[in-house]
Design a protein around this ligand. Structure first.
Ligand code: SAM
Ligand code: SF4
Length: 473
C-alpha cells in the first residue's frame, strides 16, 4: 500500500503496530500489565481505546513494553493478505517472550479474530484468547476463563453493539485530535471486501452520545474530531420512541455546533450515498473541514459493477462535479485497487483517466488481494498476474504523485488556517499541523503559540508531501 502524505489518516502506515498507553484512572489495581498494539484502519485504533478502557476498569495498567506485560493484545486487520502476514510475524515475536514466561496471556482481537475464529487457536498455539470486534464487553469473563486454564473465544457479531456508553480514555494521543466512532459494521457487499464478514451489520450510534463525546473532548482541550464509519453517509439513528431521527448531515451539523473552535473531519464517504445535503452542510459551517475521502476503487463501469460498488463512472463523475460546485475549495482523496479480477489494460486506463479528471489531493493505492469468503473469491478468478498488478499500481502511484504535488503547489503563496498539533517530526524548532484540506503544514515554532491553537500560516513553498511556511498575524 502506498500513501503520499503524513497526517491523521483513515489508514496511517506510520501508526501500524503502535502500542496504546493509558494513565490508569481506575481505583482498582490488579497488579497486572496490559500491552495492546493495533493494525489496520482508524476504526481499529479507536476500538483499542475501548478495549483498554474496559481492561483498565478491571484493574490492568498499560505498558509500552510487551516483554513486561501479563496480557498482550494484538488488534488485527484482515483487509489484505499482507496485513494478516504482518500479524502472524508479530505473533512469532510474542511467542519468543511467552516461552520464557508461560503465564503470559496472548489475545488476538479485531478482524482477523472474527475471520478465523477458533481456527486461530489451532493455527497459533501461543494464542489464549480470540475476541471479535463486537465482543469486547465480554473481556472480563474471557480473561477469567484463561486465568482458570482454558482458552477462550468470543466472536459473536451483534446487530446493536456500538459501545456508545464506553468513553475511551485517550492519554497517549496528542491531546488535540481524536477519532469518534459513529457507526459500526457495513451493509455493502463490495465483492473484494472482507469487512462485512468481520465487522457485521451496519448500526449507527446514538447521536446524543456522539455529541456528548465531542463536547467532552472539546472541554479537555481537543480541537479536532474525526467521525468514523465505513460508510458515514448511511449514518441513521432513530431514538427508541421513534420521535427523533438524525441522518449524517444532521449529525455533522450537531457536532459542528459544539464550538466554532472544534474542527470536524469524517471518513469514509461512499460515492453512492454522499448527498448534496451533506455538501451544503459542509459549505455552511466553517469548522467542518473541506476535505472528502471518496474511494473510487476503479474508473471503469464494468469493473465497478463486478466489484459491486453500485455506482458507475458517470455517477461518480457527477458526485465530483457536485462537490466542486458546492464546495469549490474542497480537497478530495480516494482509494484505488489495481488489477481486480478480469481488469483489462483499457479498463486500467479508465482508472488513470478518472484520476486525471479529478486530480485527487491524496490517494491510498492497493494491488488487489483476494480474501477468502468474499464474493469475488467465490465468483471470479484472481487472474491478473502479480507483475501486471504491480506495473498498473506503479502507474497509478506515479500519476498520484504528480497530482498531489500539483495540488500542494496550488496552495503555495496563500495564507492557510492551521491547527498546531505539535512539533514537526524532523525538528523541535518547527511546528506541524494541517490546513482545512488536510495537507500537512510545517512552520517555525514561535514562542507565543502553542499546540491546540489555530494560526494563519503563509505558505512559501512545498515538498512532495508538505507545505512549508511561516506564521502571519
Ligand atoms: N468503507 C470504505 C469504502 O467503502 O471505501 C473502505 C474500507 S477498506 C478498510 C479500505 C480500502 O481497502 C478500500 O477502499 C479498498 O480500496 C481497499 N481494499 C479492500 N479490500 C481489498 C482487497 N481485497 N484488496 C485490495 N484492496 C482492498
Ligand atoms: Fe468494504 Fe465496501 Fe463496506 Fe467499504 S463499503 S467496508 S469497501 S464492503
Amino acid at each position: 500500500m502506498y500513501n503520499l502524505q503524513s497526517s491523521v489518516k483513515e489508514h496511517d502506515e506510520a501508526r501500524q503496530g503502535e502500542a496504546l498507553m493509558l494513565e490508569s484512572t481506575s481505583t482498582k489495581n490488579n497488579g497486572r500489565k496490559l500491552y495492546i498494539e493495533s493494525y489496520g484502519c482508524a476504526m481499529n485504533f479507536s476500538d483499542s481505546e475501548i478495549v483498554a478502557s474496559i481492561m483498565t476498569g478491571m484493574g490492568f495498567e498499560t505498558t509500552a513494553d510487551y516483554k513486561e506485560a501479563d496480557v498482550i493484545f494484538i488488534n488485527t486487520c484482515s483487509i489484505r493478505e499482507n496485513a494478516e502476514q504482518r500479524v502472524r510475524n508479530r505473533l512469532r515475536e510474542f511467542g519468543a517472550v511467552k516461552s520464557r514466561n508461560p503465564g503470559m496471556v496472548v489475545g488476538v482481537l479485531g478482524c482477523m479474530a472474527e475471520r478465523l475464529k477458533s481456527k486461530f487457536l489451532e493455527e497459533e498455539k501461543l494464542v489464549d484468547v480470540v475476541v471479535g470486534p463486537d465482543a469486547y464487553r465480554d473481556l472480563p469473563n474471557l480473561i477469567d476463563k484463561v486465568d482458570d486454564g482454558s482458552r477462550a473465544v468470543n466472536v459473536l457479531l451483534s446487530r446493536e453493539e456500538t459501545y456508545a456508553d464506553i468513553n475511551p480514555v485517550r492519554l497517549n494521543s496528542n491531546g488535540i485530535t481524536a477519532f469518534i466512532s459513529i457507526m459500526r459494521g457495513c451493509d455493502n457487499m463490495c465483492s473484494f471486501c472482507v469487512v462485512p464478514f468481520t465487522r457485521g451489520r451496519e448500526r449507527s450510534r446514538d447521536a446524543h452520545s456522539i455529541v456528548k463525546e465531542a463536547q467532552e473532548l472539546f472541554a479537555l482541550g481537543y480541537r479536532e474530531v474525526t467521525l468514523l464509519g465505513q460508510n458515514v453517509d448511511s449514518y441513521k439513528w432513530t431514538s427508541e420512541d421513534g420521535t427523533e431521527s438524525v441522518n449524517f448531515a444532521g449529525l455533522l451539523e450537531q457536532v459542528a455546533l459544539v464550538s466554532p473552535d472544534l474542527r470536524i473531519r469524517f471518513s469514509t464517504s461512499h460515492p453512492k450515498d454522499i448527498t448534496d445535503e451533506v455538501l451544503y452542510t459542509m459549505a455552511q459551517h466553517e469548522n467542518i473541514c473541506k476535505y472528502i475521502h471518496l474511494p473510487i476503487q476503479s474508473g471503469n463501469s464494468r469493473v465497478l459493477e463486478i466489484m459491486n460498488r453500485t455506482y458507475d463512472r458517470e455517477w461518480y463523475t457527477e458526485r465530483i462535479n457536485s462537490i466542486r460546485r458546492i464546495i469549490p475549495e474542497c480537497a478530495i482523496s480516494t482509494d484505488v485497487i489495481a488489477g481486480f479480477c478480469t481488469e483489462t489494460e483499457e479498463e486500467h486506463k479508465d482508472t488513470l483517466s478518472m484520476m486525471d479528471y479529478v486530480k485527487y489531493d491524496f490517494a491510498y493505492m492497493f494491488m488487489y488481494s483476494e480474501r477468502p469468503g468474499t464474493l469475488a473469491a467465490k465468483r471470479f478468478t484472481d487472474d491478473i498476474p502479480d507483475d501486471v498488478k504491480k506495473r498498473r499500481l506503479n502507474e497509478i502511484v506515479r500519476k498520484q504523485q504528480q497530482h498531489s504535488h500539483e495540488r500542494l503547489l496550488q496552495q503555495v503563496g496563500k495564507i492557510q488556517k492551521v491547527l498546531i498539533e505539535g512539533f514537526s517530526k524532523k525538528s523541535e524548532l518547527d511546528y506541524a499541523g494541517r490546513n482545512d484540506q488536510n495537507a500537512t503544514v510545517v512552520f517555525p515554532a514561535e514562542k507565543n503559540y502553542k499546540p491546540g491553537q489555530y494560526v494563519n500560516v503563509f505558505v512559501e513553498r512545498c515538498t512532495t508531501a508538505t507545505l512549508i511556511g511561516k506564521i502571519v498575524e
